[in-house]
Write a protein that binds this ligand. Structure first.
Ligand code: ARG
Length: 265
């Protein structure tokens, strides 16, 4: 899993609007520092042996670096994201890229945060609704991608995308923040039979769970020592990177990579 990723670049990354509580138009990212941060993330994917595909960012799309929201992909099929109006201009670029790369592209009829709210976990799709994703998308995802959809809900806009509250380390190992999910969702996760790492809210708020794991190497933010230690304790290789600038847009490592290689049903 996560051995093939679609990334963009941070050349046009800005905070032009506030569509999540981390964004503040008065606090702009430093251009050079953001470029360096993003390049380090891509370099870490390559060093871990992952294949990285690249779609250049467009000047009118200040959040395009966060490719995770563009779609969720299984096998040869991609269900596009359907983001807030501020980010709609990104979608045609991703549609064109996916079509050119022979994916069957399906439009989302309702609001949908793409992989931000839909994390593949073997044959399961952990899918959140209620923030950036309309509940009706869960049936669409089950039908179009043939996943068994596991519905989850986060408790506030602080966790506007599921990938801030839950991280899939391997199909049988999940990390999650119990305080970020409602009680029913915590029960659901505990009932999956996977090994679970509980992450304190202080670390989750620093994008600890916004990680990319191929099951061997976990690429994640720095500054969250408890989760990093839990992962190392389970024999995983952990690479910790600075995500200070990306955090000004409300994103981290996971948000900047759309997974292209989720195995088909
Ligand atoms: N500024 C972006 C937005 O609010 C950040 C998206 C981060 N992506 C993610 N998968 N959490 O849409």
């Amino acid at each position: 899993m996560n051995s093939e990723l679609l990334v963009s670049d941070a050349s046009h990354f800005r905070v032009d609007y506030e569509i999540n509580p981390y964004m503040d138009t008065a606090i702009q990212p430093d251009v050079q520092a953001t470029l360096a941060e993003h390049q380090a993330i891509v370099a870490a994917h390559l060093a871990a042996g992952r294949k990285v595909e690249y779609l250049p960012s467009a000047p009118e799309c200040p959040d395009m670096v966060f490719t995770a929201n563009a779609a969720v992909i299984r096998g040869e099929k991609a269900v596009l994201g359907n983001p807030p109006s501020e980010r709609q201009a990104e979608i045609p670029y991703f549609t064109a890229w996916l079509s050119e790369h022979h994916y069957e592209v399906v439009e989302a009829p309702y609001l949908f945060s793409g992989q931000g709210d839909a994390l593949a976990c073997g044959d399961l799709l952990l899918a959140a609704y209620g923030q950036r994703t309309d509940e009706r998308m869960l049936d669409v995802l089950a039908r179009e991608l043939d996943y068994e959809v596991v519905p989850l809900r986060t408790v506030s806009s602080r966790w506007y995308d599921l990938d801030l509250a839950v991280g899939v380390v391997a199909p049988d190992l999940l990390a999650y923040c119990p305080d970020a999910l409602d009680a029913a969702s915590v029960r659901t996760l505990r009932g999956l039979g996977a090994d679970l790492i509980e992450v304190p809210v202080e670390e989750a708020a620093l994008f600890a769970l916004n990680l990319v794991s191929d099951g061997t190497t976990v690429t994640m933010t720095q500054g969250v020592p408890r989760l990093a230690a839990e992962l190392r304790g389970r024999g995983l290789e952990v690479v910790e990177l600075d995500t200070t600038e990306l955090a000004k847009g409300g994103g981290g490592v996971r948000c900047t990579a759309l997974t292209l290689d989720n195995p088909p049903a």
